[in-house]
Design a protein around this ligand. Structure first.
Ligand code: FES
Length: 145
């Protein structure tokens, strides 16, 4: 059901944990499954993501997508990181079951949310494409059980 890559990133997650001197943090959740993903960025003065990390309270696929997403944005500029799509994360993991695609959406949204936070803290304009609109993925407030 899961690819070797997914199992590898689930079993040996890369960049797990907070980044001590992070200057951008994003947190998103999916109200349906209740999973929460947090991304930390340390962005240099010239806009390069020098370090990043994640904390994910969620399913194995959410952990694997967090791990892969942080690997894919490390060393990139914030503009490049903004171009990261959930489809690219899924492709890098060599696929996810259809019921787990929303886990990769959380990863894309968490990265964008962390970049928005970084821009706000820096007082710089939020780049186009960084704002994730409220939509069918139901991130945000968890529904009451
Ligand atoms: Fe919801 Fe994986 S089941 S993030």
């Amino acid at each position: 059901m899961y690819t070797e890559k997914v199992l590898d990133h689930f079993s040996n997650p890369r960049n797990m944990g907070e980044v001590a001197d992070a200057n951008g943090m994003g947190i998103v959740g999916n109200a349906k499954c209740g999973d929460i993903m947090q991304i930390f960025l340390k962005v240099s003065d010239d806009g390069v993501i020098e370090d990043c990390g994640f904390k994910t309270f969620g399913c194995g696929a959410a952990i694997a997508t967090s791990s892969m997403a942080t690997e894919m944005i490390k060393g990139k500029t914030i503009e490049e990181a903004l171009a990261l799509t959930n489809a690219a994360v899924v492709e890098a993991l060599e696929g996810l079951p259809p019921a787990k695609i929303h886990c990769s959406v959380l990863a894309e949204e968490a990265v964008k949310s962390a970049i928005v936070d970084y821009c706000k803290r820096k007082g710089i304009a939020i780049p186009e494409g960084a704002i994730v609109e409220e939509h069918e993925h139901d991130h945000g407030e968890a529904e009451e059980e």
